[in-house]
Design a protein around this ligand. Structure first.
Ligand SMILES: Cc1cc2nc3c(=O)[nH]c(=O)nc-3n(C[C@H](O)[C@H](O)[C@H](O)COP(=O)(O)OP(=O)(O)OC[C@H]3O[C@@H](n4cnc5c(N)ncnc54)[C@H](O)[C@@H]3O)c2cc1C
Length: 299
């Protein structure tokens, strides 16, 4: 393992672009890009758009062609989670693989969907949308045109609603705010967006606070209990007003940063901090520019 290596943790768009920038700007030391997903870095935006309408898009969503990494001598390690960072020793712990030593570290671990802690959240038929696997499963579900409830009327929730409608599904969006996206777009533009969704047959409900998901007899999600805008807190399922879903309850309630394994200062009890240097976005701020490419980062 080369001490000249720049280690990039998180093989998403930011990680791939960091590797690309290092190479295009002439850095010729080792670069290792580690990600816990089993794919080369890909772009997520398509997952809530064409992907849900036309189906999985294969290599079209990759940030770089798979052979780009070999061609540019970027060690791409997929399917491995970095579980710890020892900045003093400049060492990464990787689940199920050898440690990685680095000279500089870039954390590009992105974000994960915020999971609602509600009764019924793990029922069959409930989807989140973050990864290619999530998108593939959601596409397959929407293609069956299920009655679909989307919890969260942000960008992604509304995009999923549009995709579900394009399959002919009956779609309801439940949003805590009075009008979806009003806090981002302002009242006027949010009103335009709301009308567009209504015109396409999406039933958008504002001011709804979902409190639980209910199941049918087979353990599949069948409805949402919610506090409605004009009511005092109460259970609404299976009384009138409850939104029912037969297979597709997607939720899209925002994201939370992926920081836990690499929290700063992680597993760090040393009295002497690492030496400082100049790399950008580097959690350890060590010097790395003077070394040559080389050393194996094979796991
Ligand atoms: C469905 C969807 C649609 C979107 N649409 C748009 C859009 O239209 N426009 C727009 O601007 N943005 C959109 N976004 C947001 C955009 O995709 C993100 O801003 C972007 O993915 C951020 O890239 P990133 O590389 O910083 O993080 P991420 O994409 O989150 O990548 C981080 C990677 O690090 C991995 N990782 C995390 N922790 C570890 C660890 N300990 N060890 C190893 N690997 C780890 C993660 O699994 C992930 O693969 C969308 C996002 C989604 C999910």
């Amino acid at each position: 393992m080369s001490r000249s290596t720049v280690a990039i943790v998180g093989a998403g768009l930011a990680g791939a672009k960091t590797a690309e920038a290092l190479r295009t700007r002439g850095y010729d030391g080792g670069v290792v890009l580690v990600g816990d997903e089993p794919h080369a870095p890909y772009e997520r935006p398509a997952l809530s758009k064409d992907f849900l309408i036309d189906g999985p898009l294969g290599e079209k969503i990759l940030v770089n062609a798979e052979d780009w990494y070999d061609e540019h001598e970027v060690e791409l390690v997929t399917g491995h989670t970095v579980t710890g960072v020892d900045p003093r020793e400049r060492r990464l712990s990787v689940a199920g693989a050898a440690e990685i030593h680095y000279r500089a570290l870039v954390l590009t671990t992105g974000a994960a969907p915020r999971r609602l802690r509600l009764p019924g959240a793990d029922l069959a038929g409930v989807h989140h949308l973050r990864t290619v696997e999530d998108g593939t499963a959601l596409y397959a579900a929407l293609a069956r045109r299920p009655r679909t409830v989307i919890i969260g009327g942000g960008w992604i929730g509304l995009e999923v609603a549009a995709a579900a409608r394009s399959h002919g599904a009956e779609v309801t969006v439940l949003e805590q705010a009075r009008v979806p996206m009003e806090h981002v777009l302002g009242a006027r533009m949010a009103g335009v967006l709301l009308r567009a969704h209504h015109d396409h047959g999406v039933d958008v409900r504002g001011g709804v606070h979902v409190t639980a998901l209910r199941q049918d007899g087979s353990g599949r999600v069948a409805g949402c209990a919610a506090r409605l805008p004009t009511s005092t807190p109460r259970e609404t399922w299976p009384t009138p007003g409850t939104r029912r879903c037969t297979d597709g309850c997607a939720w899209s309630t925002g994201t939370t940063p992926c920081t836990s394994p690499t929290r700063w200062p992680p597993r760090f009890s040393a009295s002497t901090p690492p030496t400082t240097g100049s790399p950008t976005s580097s959690a350890t701020s060590t010097t790395w520019g003077s070394s040559t490419r080389g050393g194996s980062n094979r796991l």
